[in-house]
Design a protein around this ligand. Structure first.
Ligand SMILES: [Zn+2]
Ligand SMILES: [Zn+2]
Length: 347
């Protein structure tokens, strides 16, 4: 049973301990009106955030990497009081939280909302991100940009698929100098439980807890418009299920539940595409179930950070799982492998 609420607020409001951005907003973000009162705020090829506007309140679903000031984009898009909802604790979805908090007055910031575990005393879910991991993440982003340029040149010569992508007119930006990039700790102050309904005025979004990619993953569903804001639970990219806290059984359950919803649009947090058809959710759920049931033979590989993974690909969906002991070593590495726990917290 759902109840109309704005989440459970605790404490005096979100705080942070200082931050720096690395690029002007105009050089980094791609902004597009997606219809249905939703605006895409994209870091092309990397992370997609979404601004949803009602008549009384606006909601920003994720704040991205924090490499550029997302607050500046939001201020140009709306004057409504702003609630930020963080899909999960990974840095590329909360990196802009410090920027938002620093501009709280201009944004009429209502709060920063997340899964209740992020608000628990002593929680480190939204803690400051390690310098070494930021460097590794930035290097992975540069690798993606380099690969895109090769891909785009080949496409223009032979394949012609890029113009068919919704993000085909927003080529990747050069990754800026990231030596001053920080993702400071910002403690959320609004707890969102499964079934909570966020009333924006004239439209509402329902919170769905979708553990699997991470224990604290949240999706938002606009039931009236059949829109799913999927976070990292359904991505137009490989699903990372090999990191700390990832759980394939949970992921299979969560995606099966999403696949049963009467959806019209599915908005995704990665990578070049921001939208996938509802049938894709069913494909993700079916692939997860197939892998869970042991009916899939993986291919060894690496993730974008160079960590070894088992790749399970079926029906256009790729799931990355921890390498099984019997998997042969991958033959290539996209980036130097790192072994500290934070390397798991990408995607
Ligand atoms: Zn993630
Ligand atoms: Zn992500």
């Amino acid at each position: 049973m759902t109840t109309t609420t704005t989440g459970t607020t605790t404490g005096p409001g979100p705080t942070h301990d200082g931050y720096a951005t690395c690029a002007p907003a105009a050089d980094w973000f791609h902004v597009a009106d997606l219809g249905d009162g939703i605006t895409l705020i994209s870091e092309p090829g990397h992370v997609n955030c979404f601004l949803v506007q009602g008549t009384e309140r606006a909601l920003l679903f994720d704040t991205g990497t924090g490499l550029a000031p997302v607050s500046e984009v939001v201020r140009h898009l709306t004057d409504l009081p702003l609630l930020v909802v963080v899909s999960h604790d990974h840095l590329d979805h909360r990196g802009g939280n410090a920027d938002v908090v620093a501009h709280a007055d201009e944004l009429a910031l209502v709060g920063i909302a997340a899964h209740p575990t992020a608000l628990e005393p002593g929680s480190t879910l939204h803690g400051a991100v390690d310098r070494g991991f930021l460097d590794a993440y930035a290097q992975a982003m540069r690798t993606v940009v380099d690969q895109y340029e090769t891909f785009a040149a080949l496409d223009a010569q032979s394949f012609y698929v890029l113009p068919t992508l919704d993000a085909g007119d927003s080529p990747l930006r050069p990754v800026p100098d990231t030596t001053s990039w920080t993702v400071p700790a910002v403690r959320p102050d609004v707890a969102l439980a499964d079934g909570d309904v966020l009333d924006l005025g004239g439209r509402s979004l329902r919170v769905v807890h979708t553990p699997g990619h991470s224990p604290d993953s949240l999706c938002l569903v606009d039931d009236a418009h059949g829109v799913l804001l999927a976070g990292d639970t359904v991505v137009a990219a490989a699903s990372w299920l090999h990191g700390a806290g990832a759980d394939l059984d949970d992921f299979a359950r969560s995606t099966a539940a999403l696949a049963g919803l009467p959806l019209r649009r599915v908005l995704t947090a990665h990578n070049l595409c921001a939208e996938r058809p509802p049938s894709y959710v069913r494909s993700v759920a079916q692939t997860a179930e197939r892998v869970r049931a042991g009916q899939s033979t993986p291919r060894p590989g690496t993730d974008l950070l160079g960590n070894p993974v088992d790749r399970h690909t079926h029906d256009g969906v790729t799931l990355l799982l921890p390498p099984s002991p019997t998997s042969p070593s991958p033959t290539s590495s996209a980036a130097p492998s790192r072994t500290d726990p934070q390397t798991e917290e990408i995607a």
